[in-house]
Design a binder for this molecule. Structure first.
Ligand code: NAD
Ligand code: UGA
Length: 458
């Protein structure tokens, strides 16, 4: 079969895999190839056991794979054949040198840009899909302009706004698709080619265009605002716990103000995930680079409050359990950074588990999708940790349960049965406020929600 266009995506991760599967699904006349330097990851994408858990992903991958969706390690060949290349490599925080711990580590995209330059035999559109610092497109253009022949590259910014756990829903029905381009004739033509792809399923009024720097900045600002909202509600959980106000009632009251809206107001042990922290720190770094210290400090506080929230959760556990956790067995309900994903990158559970081990507690970790990642995350920890998928078995003989991920299945458990199998007094720390606290208290638990008065039998 001949295809209208060849699309390549470099980077077969949480973004590259699902986004390209959706394009292949919605655009059967485009050939979509996803490449990666990691052969294991590519083998998994080509198997029945996909490398990431995402509701609905299996269905669209199996319906397109081998037809117009291909996963491969042949990067050079992919570059040669493609007319449009999405760059979806990781952009983690730099761990060395200038800007360590704050700035984005750009070695992966720079390597990719150089490889594109080296292997290209024809002009191409390069799409920034990864989240990059503002003005990365400028650096990418500089590298790609080193070409010896008359090959031309147009760099476009098309940041991804999907959230894990709802990636397929978000991709199928996005709030908006943002495309930033140069205002040159070829920049605008490249932009239109990208619009043509998305227009196969996204309503035209939700495909918005901007200049390239606004597009790059909008991605960082969106994540900063989202994280700020959670940090804000979480900061008031601490206030509620001091004042006997109830955060659920406060969230409902403010969320009914249409100017504020009611989404992203769920209190928690802190936000996690691979992006919020790195993107805000990157923004903070850029602000300082531009001499905007006050702006940098303002956004840095969003991260600081999140660290405080995680720390506060552990201190609540310690103080509730008579100021000692040594030798006590604590069951962590959930390890993923949010429900419906197996991803544990920057999961608050990692921080909490390490702190509990520092207190010499014994841990039992249960999670329906994230146990393999949890084992890797805690691999070098010196302590007693077991991993058990069944929550009943996991909590058997424990002193306390800490709910760290809002998995739907935890709401329907038989807590009478769980209570009977636990050491008394039995504690529940509901770090997501998903359980029925009064019912748990009536069963006999000492219950510590987030941002609400605790319910204890002492
Ligand atoms: P990831 O680590 O899951 O995937 C990145 C992939 O790129 C890896 O498989 C890695 O092997 C591959 N890679 C790195 N260098 C390469 C190279 N030179 N050639 C070929 N492959 C290479 O990361 P991710 O979560 O998919 O995130 C990718 C980007 O998208 C990041 O910038 C992130 O900030 C952004 N983003 C992520 C999400 C999300 O939900 N995870 C959402 C929106 C945006
Ligand atoms: C987030 C953004 O929502 C996406 O738009 C963005 O594309 C993505 O980051 C990215 O750039 O990587 P994600 O991290 O996958 O998506 O998931 P979210 O739903 O945003 O949750 C992030 C964290 O906040 C989770 O730990 C979650 O449990 C927590 N959270 C979320 C709360 O504590 N309370 C809430 O009300 C919502």
């Amino acid at each position: 079969m001949t295809f209208k266009k060849n699309i390549l995506c470099i980077g077969a991760g949480y973004v590259g895999g699902p986004t390209m599967a959706m394009i292949a699904h919605k655009c059967p006349d485009y050939k979509v190839t996803v490449v990666d330097i990691n052969p294991t990851r590519i083998a998994e994408w080509n198997s029945d056991d996909l490398p990431i858990y995402e509701p609905g992903l299996d269905t669209i991958v199996t319906s397109t794979r081998g037809k117009n969706l291909f996963f491969s390690t042949e990067i050079e060949r992919g570059i040669k054949e493609a007319e449009i290349i999405f760059v979806s490599v990781n952009t983690p925080v730099k761990t060395f040198g200038a800007g360590a711990g704050m700035a984005a580590d750009l070695q992966y995209w720079e390597r990719t840009a150089r490889q594109i330059l080296e292997c290209s035999e024809s002009s191409k559109i390069i799409v920034e899909k990864s989240t990059f610092p503002v003005r990365t497109a400028f650096a990418m253009e500089r590298i790609l302009s080193l070409t010896k022949n008359d090959i031309h590259f147009d760099v476009i910014s098309n940041p991804e706004f999907l959230a894990e756990g709802t990636a397929i829903k978000d991709l199928e029905n996005p709030d908006r698709v943002l495309i930033g381009s140069r205002e040159t004739p070829s920049g605008l033509q490249a932009r239109d080619e990208l619009i043509e792809i998305y227009a196969n399923w996204v309503p035209k009024d939700r495909i918005i265009t901007s200049n390239i720097w606004s597009s790059e900045l909008s991605k960082l600002v969106a994540n900063a605002f989202l994280a700020q909202r959670i940090s804000s509600i979480n900061s008031f959980t601490a206030f509620c716990e001091k004042s006997e106000a109830d955060i659920t009632e406060v969230a409902r009251a403010i969320g009914m103000d249409s100017r504020l809206g009611n989404k992203f107001l769920n209190p928690s042990i802190g936000w996690g995930g691979s992006c919020f922290k790195k993107d805000i720190l990157n923004l903070v770094y850029l602000c300082r680079h531009y001499g905007l210290d006050e702006v940098a400090t303002y956004w840095e506080a969003v991260v600081n409050i999140n660290e405080y929230q995680k720390e506060r959760f552990v201190l609540t556990m310690l103080s509730a359990m008579f100021n000692t956790l040594a030798g006590k067995k604590i069951c962590l309900f959930g390890f993923a950074f949010k429900a419906n994903t197996g991803d544990t990158r920057e999961s608050p559970a990692i921080f909490i588990a390490k702190k509990l081990i520092d207190e010499k507690a014994e841990l039992v970790i249960t999670d329906p999708e994230a146990l393999n990642n949890a084992k890797i995350d805690l691999n070098d920890i010196n302590g007693t940790i077991s991993y058990i998928e069944d929550p009943y078995e996991a909590s058997d003989g424990c002193d306390a349960i800490a709910v760290l991920t809002e998995w739907e299945m935890y709401k329907g458990l038989d807590f009478k049965k769980i209570f009977q199998s636990m050491i008394k007094p039995a504690f529940i720390f509901d770090g997501r406020n998903i359980l029925k606290h009064k019912q748990l208290f009536d069963i006999g638990f000492n219950v510590f929600p987030i941002g609400k008065p605790s319910l204890t039998h002492f």
